[in-house]
Ligand binder design. Structure first.
Ligand code: AMP
Length: 188
């Protein structure tokens, strides 16, 4: 079992929670591009200023900005022995850019599967509880659409380029889903 993983799943699939838990278990950093971008917006950095409106609309931040941000993060010391990438890559162009900068190949990709209705339900609940500015109903459907069109096909990209894809049923409680993740990856 390797330590360099991509965690993929639609908004509301629980990927952030699962990725962070797995990272803690494996002792590697959890690198969430969504979190990094939200922090950049909160800090009003140059990147944050460019990303703010795009994120609120539910669109993807331009590849070059995100790729540079991730490249910089992966070059930090704590990512030398592994990492869990959460929310990146989001499309094939980002996946290719990642392949081009990685010195050690990825160990695999974990894809969380959750039915569409369940996702909408979870996201609207989260919007209510957390008041996230990008969690409007319109933003949510837009992001889900982008996920199915651009991000979900990444599993094919990785299979075709010789990677390992672990598909995990993400419908259920946090512990239940985490047990499935751990089982799929044969860790615990
Ligand atoms: P997330 O927390 O992963 O759902 O990301 C929240 C928002 O941040 C997304 O809707 C995008 O606007 C932006 N974002 C996060 N990761 C990426 C990425 N890899 N490429 C482009 N935009 C991203």
């Amino acid at each position: 079992m390797g330590l360099r993983l991509i965690f993929l799943g639609p908004q509301g699939s629980g990927k952030g929670t699962q990725a962070s838990r797995l990272a803690r278990l494996m002792g590697v950093p959890h690198i969430s591009t969504g979190e990094m971008l939200r922090q950049a917006v909160a800090d009003s950095t140059e990147l944050g200023k460019k990303a703010d409106a795009i994120m609120q609309a539910g669109d993807l931040v331009p590849d070059d900005l995100v790729v540079a941000m991730v490249g910089e993060r992966l070059s930090q010391d704590d990512a030398r022995c592994g990492y869990i990438l959460d929310g990146f890559p989001r499309n094939v162009a980002q996946a290719r850019a990642l392949d081009a900068v990685l010195e050690t190949p990825l160990d695999g990709l974990v894809q969380l599967d959750v039915p569409h209705e369940e996702l909408m339900k979870r996201m609207l609940l989260r919007a209510e509880q957390e008041g996230r500015a990008d969690d409007t109903e319109e933003g949510i459907s837009r992001r889900l659409g982008i996920y199915w069109e651009e991000t979900a096909p990444l599993s094919d990209y990785y299979r075709e380029t010789g990677g390992t894809v672990y598909t995990v049923d993400g419908f259920g409680g946090i512990d239940e889903v985490f047990a499935r993740v751990a089982l799929a990856l044969a860790v615990e």
